[in-house]
Design a protein around this ligand. Structure first.
Ligand code: PMP
Length: 374
């Protein structure tokens, strides 16, 4: 969908890997039920929007100056939040790092720990952006497979064998995983960290959806003390209902944070973003207030899909991957005709639906009756 009318030969040649590649693009369409990019369907209340607006206004009075490069105030607030959320003791601000979404966090990690001659390892099906971070940083991207559908389980044995085979500089584990929703047991994460320690590799645990995990599923944050080669990445885009503000963060040993600081662009996190994120963190009870509802809606929808006869991946996230009865692209289009937008990702024949409001979820159920009859 480029606007240029010039023939490619008349234009400068991009480097290998970039020439002819399409940018990331989940469709952004005007629909009644946007269930395609795992957003939280509940925006801030008018009062909270005011509070966020006031914080942005205050920051605006200083916009002639560059922002606080280190963002230590925000990093302290994020650490305090994690202590409450995961029951760990609050990481020091120096052990936390923030950027424009966890996408930028991951990009920075690949810049610092990947590179020519280095390999990053992931497990399919995985989040679609991982190979793109690798491409951008000239890192080789290799994969091993998760277990069979519908569990898509990942075991310590599979992870360890893949690490031994590829000797990667970086391993990405995602828990809960996108697009399958699968959470990882801590022994899998610990086994990966141990196997990687031999070659001084970095283990990235992408916990973008962690707040949606079911009771009794611990965060890998609890492993950080024993395994200094683990980085946990998180985001305010999902449970925190702040995708539009672009705030992702990581927790790791301060030495890893210091390494990332070498590759970050100067003043990468705007003063407005920092102020907005801190105001949102101060109102976390409201922003996170719908997580319990979204989890119970998820469990109810998964049950409903199982009762319809679909294969359903057990989910600890705010989305569900399920197998359609008929051609998935036809089902996707038939849902879209009914103003329900989902995502055609994962293995052939599967669709992913984000959990919306009860009204969204009911509309999805009704549309699916017609779009994918049993
Ligand atoms: N990790 C995973 C697994 C994701 O699904 C996403 C968003 N879809 C991200 C990271 C990036 O999210 P953000 O940049 O909004 O933090």
């Amino acid at each position: 969908n480029s606007a240029s009318t010039l023939p490619a030969a008349a234009l400068p040649a991009p480097r290998d890997g970039i020439a002819g590649a399409a940018p990331y693009g989940a469709p952004q369409l005007e629909v009644e039920h946007a269930l395609n990019v795992n957003e939280n369907p509940y925006g801030p209340s008018a009062e909270l929007a005011e509070a966020i607006g006031r914080a942005a206004s205050e920051a605006a009075t200083g916009l002639n100056r560059y922002p606080d490069r280190e963002a230590l105030g925000l990093r302290a607030d994020l650490g305090a939040y994690l202590a409450v959320e995961s029951g760990i003791s609050a990481p020091a601000p120096e052990a936390v790092w923030a950027a424009n979404g966890s996408n930028e966090i991951m990009h920075q990690l690949l810049l610092a720990y990947g590179g020519p001659g280095r390999t990053a390892l992931g497990f399919t099906p995985h989040y679609s952006m991982y190979p793109e971070y690798a491409r951008d940083t000239y890192t080789d991207w290799v994969t091993a497979e998760r277990g069979p559908a519908p569990e898509f389980e990942l075991t310590a044995d599979v992870v360890t064998a893949a690490i031994t085979a590829h000797r990667p500089s970086i391993v990405v584990l995602t828990s809960p995983n996108n697009p399958t929703g699968t959470a990882l047991a801590l022994d899998v994460v610990a086994a990966a960290a141990t196997a990687l320690a031999e070659t001084r590799g970095l283990l990235v645990v992408d916990e973008a959806y962690s707040e949606f995990r079911r009771d009794g599923v611990p965060s890998a944050l609890t492993l950080l003390e024993q395994h200094p080669n683990i980085v946990i990445t998180r985001t305010m885009s999902k449970a925190f209902a702040l995708a539009g503000a672009r705030l992702g963060y990581l927790v790791a040993d301060p030495a890893i944070v210091d390494t990332v600081r070498v590759v970050r662009l100067p003043y990468h996190l705007s003063a407005v973003t920092q102020a907005v994120a801190r105001a949102a963190l101060a109102h976390r009870d409201e922003l996170l207030g719908k997580v319990a509802l979204l989890r119970s809606e998820r469990d109810a929808l998964a049950q409903h899909l199982v009762e319809r006869g679909h294969s359903v991946a057990p989910s600890d996230a705010n989305f569900i991957l399920f197998r359609t009865f008929s051609d998935r692209d036809a089902v996707f289009e038939a849902l879209l005709d009914r103003s329900v937008l989902v995502r055609a990702v994962g293995p052939a024949g599967w669709l992913r639906v984000s959990i919306g409001t009860p009204e969204n979820n009911a509309a999805f159920r009704t549309a699916l009756e017609e779009a994918d009859p049993r």
